[in-house]
Design a protein around this ligand. Structure first.
Ligand code: FES
Length: 113
């Protein structure tokens, strides 16, 4: 299986410190955040009711969903109230002035019988 490539989504300076932006990469929506020092990327889709996490406020490494205030850690995608629930986290790198993300395909849903 080939490795998933990085995809440029924005340029340094496009995302103000303390904010996020949402980009479409390979059919997925990805929220990329800048804390003033580094960039982090998670799945944009809130698992509660589907709000865009990229438009939520960022504070102390956590983004708050703009609809019902669920909070997610950017370091591992965990829901702060129950870390067993996680959104996907993606690798981010800066090459020159390009912000690039490596977006993996969605995980298959677990099924039970
Ligand atoms: S849609 Fe995100 S907390 Fe409800």
């Amino acid at each position: 299986m080939s490795e998933v490539p990085f995809t440029p989504v924005a340029r340094v300076g496009d995302i103000p410190a303390g904010e996020g932006r949402t980009y479409e990469v390979g059919g997925r929506l990805v929220a990329v955040f800048y804390d003033g020092t580094s960039y982090q990327a998670i799945d944009d889709l809130c698992p509660h009711m589907g709000a865009s996490l990229g438009s939520g406020p960022l504070r102390d490494g956590e983004v708050t969903c703009p609809w019902h205030a669920w909070r997610f850690r950017l370091c591992d995608g965990a829901w702060c109230d129950n870390p067993r629930l996680k959104v996907d986290v993606f690798e981010v790198r800066v090459v020159g002035d390009a912000i690039e993300v490596r977006v993996t395909p969605p995980r298959p849903l677990a099924t039970s019988r």
